[in-house]
Design a protein around this ligand. Structure first.
Ligand code: SAM
Length: 310
């Protein structure tokens, strides 16, 4: 772990080897360490321990000519994709990723999820929520598959990613379909409770170490509709073995689960090239009754009780 990442721990999260930068008003209060944290290389920093394969392409390539890699990707998309053509936007992002490692969902997983959603039935999805929006790749795909009337919310803690994502949506022509929330996932669960938002589809694509905590919060706060389809990304790489184990233990009680084997593309090799195995965990939420009995006994310690309303 680099020095700046270690210093950053009090005010930020580590996700997929990147520092998640909170909004300015979430910055840690006072002190040089806090200043260092908010001024630290904001984005794209690599966790040496977690994703060594990405190092070669990442180091020294964080902010170049004042732009993040994600902002350079946006420029590339604007140059190479016709406005309001979401298929071309996705293709341009995929092409950019052939030479630049990015943590977006990608084409291979995207196709799998498109098919899963069609098989689940688009009419069964009135509200879709993504935890971890990044550059908006998965949500542009989602907008293309779901009905125009479906509400789509994407939750992204890093303000600068939200700005890039908004421009991607606007260029793809789906800016009016997707609501961006620049908050942490746990904050958005409070919004779901307050505004009566209940999800029929969820993509977990954020900080792996809080997947279990967040799913428990969603269930306890009754903001998942029975039958909700939940896709968890990166279950094998970088991996969340404890979450996978916990979810599989709930088989037939809280969820019906299945594992789909897939891969992450390694930059420089392109989609035809070298791939690292990964898994999607796909879960259908069974319903509230069993869930509440089960969770009230077992998992109170796992969640922030201030937002649990049973
Ligand atoms: C793997 S990327 C998401 C990729 C995105 N789904 C796509 O298709 O482009 C993970 C993102 O989650 C964000 N993130 C991590 N933890 C978060 C949290 N607790 N709440 C909201 N966003 C979070 C990070 O800032 C990062 O942009």
């Amino acid at each position: 772990m680099s020095e700046s990442m270690a210093n950053y721990a009090p005010g930020g999260l580590e996700c997929w080897g990147s520092i998640v930068t909170p909004r300015k008003d979430d910055a840690p209060a006072g002190g040089d360490e806090a200043k260092d944290a908010t001024n630290a290389k904001e984005l794209g920093e690599v966790s040496y321990a977690t994703v060594p394969l990405m190092l070669a392409t990442e180091v020294g390539n964080l902010i170049y000519h004042g732009k993040t890699k994600e902002e350079r990707m946006l420029d590339y998309v604007k140059e190479n994709a016709t406005a309001s053509n979401s298929a071309q936007v996705l293709e341009a992002i995929d092409k950019f990723c052939d030479d630049n490692w990015m943590m977006n969902f990608g084409d291979a997983k995207g196709k799998i999820v498109d098919d899963l959603i069609r098989a689940h039935g688009v009419h069964n999805i009135k509200t879709a929520v993504e935890f971890g929006g990044y550059v908006g790749y998965a949500t542009v795909r989602l907008a293309g598959v779901l009905l125009p009337t479906t509400a789509i919310h994407t939750i992204e803690a890093t303000e600068r990613f939200c700005d890039t994502m908004k421009s991607i949506y606007d260029h793809a022509g789906c800016g009016d379909r997707i609501k961006i929330h620049n908050v942490y996932s746990s904050e958005f669960i409070k919004t779901m409770v307050a505004e009566g938002i209940k999800a029929d589809y969820m993509l977990f694509d954020h900080q792996l170490s809080i997947y279990t905590e967040d799913i428990v919060l969603l269930i306890k706060n009754k903001v998942l509709n029975p039958g909700c389809l939940i896709v968890h990304d990166n279950v094998l790489f970088p991996g969340c073995p404890d979450h996978k184990k916990w979810m599989l233990e709930q088989e037939g009680v809280l969820f019906e689960n299945r594992i789909i084997k897939t891969h992450v593309d390694i930059p420089g090799h392109g989609r035809q090239g070298k791939q690292t195995p990964d898994e999607l965990l796909v879960s259908k939420y069974i319903g509230h009754d069993k869930a509440i009995v089960f969770l009230s006994e077992d998992l109170l310690g796992k969640v922030n009780s201030s937002i649990v309303h049973l």
